[in-house]
Design a protein around this ligand. Structure first.
Ligand SMILES: O=C(O)CCC(=O)C(=O)O
Ligand SMILES: [Fe+2]
Length: 243
């Protein structure tokens, strides 16, 4: 696979997206990449990633286990950890999905020469410029990110994205790369009000950017047991320089 340059759609209506974001605190932009770039990225997520298993760990921090760590601890121990996480998800917070941590992998020299690293560079160049223009947040200096792949049963519980890192999460983004999805397959990005009702729900989409300001309460609905495709996206936060 070539290291093709990643290109945003040159015909994006940035002024319209900016007006919507500044009015509503969120915006969705369809056709965010050129068709070639969207196809390239989708193929990457569909077929070329050695996924980690990500879930809320016992210590309240994300557990991100590579293939070797999963084999190392054994299937029974992992299943026990996941059961504990599910109990915790019901009374507090939890999540479960497959992930590839872009910044950690880039800095650690994981998968040398892999085209995924071009995406990490793109996120911290053209994408930071685009999202600064849409949100008007001139304090954005960098993007973190992870690839995510949701299988049946995967989910994220209710949370508001407020982190504890040295740099603040200013704006959350998702780049949807799910080619096809059915309305009853779950996996929607849901925004919730104080009464527990859903304010908005976004189905997994193809070649679509979603931006929303932090903090806002949201969740990812569990993917249905009978869903016939993975939910694929690039997600993360646009951050300031921090302390
Ligand atoms: O995948 C999504 O649509 C949202 C992900 C999310 O809320 C998160 O990673 O904090
Ligand atoms: Fe979130």
């Amino acid at each position: 696979m070539s290291q093709a340059p990643l290109r945003l759609n040159p015909d994006l209506d940035i002024a319209a997206a900016a007006a919507a974001y500044r009015r509503d605190g969120w915006v969705q932009v369809p056709d965010i990449f050129t068709p070639e770039t969207a196809g390239f990225l989708a193929e990457l997520l569909e077929a070329r990633i050695d996924w980690d298993l990500a879930f809320q760990g016992e210590d309240g921090r994300p557990a991100v286990l590579g293939r070797k760590e999963i084999v190392g601890q054994g299937e029974a121990a992992l299943q026990q950890r996941l059961r504990r996480m599910m109990t915790q998800a019901g009374s507090g917070y939890g999540f479960l999905y497959l992930a590839y941590p872009l910044i950690t992998a880039y800095l650690a020299g994981r998968d040398p020469g892999h085209p995924v690293h071009g995406l990490t560079e793109f996120l911290n160049a053209d994408f930071v410029r685009l999202t600064t223009a849409i949100t008007g947040r001139t304090d954005i200096v960098k993007a973190d990110g992870q690839l995510t792949r949701y299988r049946p049963g995967d989910f994220i519980g209710l949370h508001n994205d407020v982190g504890s890192e040295a740099s603040d999460r200013l704006v959350a983004y998702t780049l949807g790369l799910t080619r096809q999805w059915r309305a009853d397959w779950g996996g929607q990005l849901l925004f919730h009000d104080a009464a527990g009702d859903v304010i908005r729900g976004h189905a997994p989409r193809w070649n679509t950017l979603t931006l929303f300001s932090v903090p806002q309460y949201h969740s990812v609905a569990p993917v249905a047991a009978y869903a016939q495709a993975p939910r694929l996206s690039v997600v993360g936060w646009l951050r300031n320089a921090g302390r």
